[in-house]
Design a protein around this ligand. Structure first.
Ligand code: NAD
Length: 339
């Protein structure tokens, strides 16, 4: 009885094209569509949390287990196991570290173990990019990214693919040195983009067509009264935008509604818990827009709120693409799981 698994570290993942954002956006679109047609198994996250509150979690950390199965051309099961150490920066380590296990959906045996750290930022950037493609105003020019950490570069990369009209970027971070570091790298990478570090988040938000929040904030810092006509406000993490942002939006969109409610950490989830948002108030999941069941943005005036909680099926889709390439090209390290 023999069984092999393929071990893929970060270098192998790079060699398989994990950093290709257009491919990641294609994968994420497919995942959204398969989710909308029911060809996935997508349970809620299991959160191994240190401490008792969201504030504790954002200090002490967590490890999330995100299993799933994805059909279509992927036909793969697996799990994302993502550790978050918010104080890791003091040790010079990244906050998030990701291990992905892929399992054959027939035998259920593991076929691969991969570093999923780049996958996680790529698929989250891609998810933001798809939201911008479907929900941002047609000629969006000004974007604010709040939170200049690991997610920020991929949020921007996908945004510029989705809306090449974006010509100005405000960067806001509670740690201005992070904003400066991201701004410097961004200016080098995109010389035609005007990049402004803005510590006055109100000023940046008031001017923005797209406000993309990828922070660790447990208290809202974006106010609904600041949103201009046609704005898309993206709540990519927790309780980052106030309830007025949701109330002012003419469309409420999410990635996976059941998972948003299960995770119960974002503004719209907390409002649903408190009876301020009902199931029928949700306009669409992105997959429903992609398969034509619901519409996306209808005019350049409406304010739209988007929340993404993410799901393991996205990571599994990207990992499956990389795994297939690794198998075809002899990349990675085969290991004897059973001899
Ligand atoms: N929706 C998804 O699918 C998805 C996927 C991955 C990560 N996330 C979330 O995105 C967030 C960012 O992840 P990351 O890997 O970039 O983290 P990171 O730790 O690398 O960066 C976070 C940045 O946010 C800044 N920040 C913290 N609190 C802030 C506040 N109150 N106001 C402004 N800036 C603040 C930090 O200084 C840091 O620069 C996390 O909350 C993470 O859980 C969401």
């Amino acid at each position: 009885m023999n069984a092999d698994i393929l071990f893929m570290n970060n270098k192998t993942m790079e060699a398989t094209g994990v950093l290709d954002m257009k491919a990641a956006m294609n994968d994420v679109e497919e995942v959204y569509k398969l989710n909308a047609t029911g060809d996935v198994i997508n349970p809620g996250k299991c959160v191994l949390r240190w401490g008792k509150t969201v504030e504790d979690e954002n200090m002490l950390g967590r490890i999330n287990a995100m299993p799933g199965y994805i059909g279509g051309e992927y036909d793969m099961a697996g799990i994302k196991w993502i550790g978050s150490g918010p104080m890791n920066f003091k040790k010079g380590l990244p906050r998030a570290s990701v291990t992905i296990i892929l399992n054959d959906p027939d035998t259920k045996l593991p076929v691969a173990v991969a570093d999923g750290t780049a996958i996680s930022t790529m698929r989250t950037g891609a998810s933001g990019g798809i939201a911008i493609k479907l929900l941002a105003k047609s000629d969006a020019k000004v974007m604010t990214i709040c939170g200049a950490g690991a997610q920020a570069p991929t949020q921007l990369e996908a945004a510029l693919i989705a809306k090449p009209s974006i010509d100005t970027l405000y960067v806001y971070d509670i740690r201005p040195e992070n904003a400066e570091r991201f701004a410097k790298a961004t200016r080098e990478k995109y010389p035609n983009l005007t990049v402004i570090v803005e510590n006055d988040v109100e000023k940046a938000a008031r001017e923005s067509d797209v406000i993309d929040c990828v922070t660790l904030a447990a208290e809202p810092f974006i106010k609904g009264e600041w949103l201009k006509k046609g704005a898309l406000v993206m709540n990519m993490a927790d309780y980052e935008v106030d309830r007025e942002c949701v109330k002012r939006a003419s469309k409420l969109c999410v990635d996976y509604w059941e998972n948003v409610k299960h995770r119960m950490i974002s503004t719209i989830a907390l409002m649903w818990r408190d009876g301020e948002v009902r199931d029928e108030d949700l306009h669409a999941e992105l997959g429903e827009i992609l398969i034509g069941k619901k519409c996306g943005r209808e005019n350049d005036d409406e304010i739209i709120y988007f929340n993404a909680v993410g799901a393991g099926i996205m990571d599994i889709a990207l990992a499956t693409r990389c795994y297939k390439k690794a198998m075809a090209e002899g990349l990675g390290t085969p290991l004897k799981f059973w001899e």
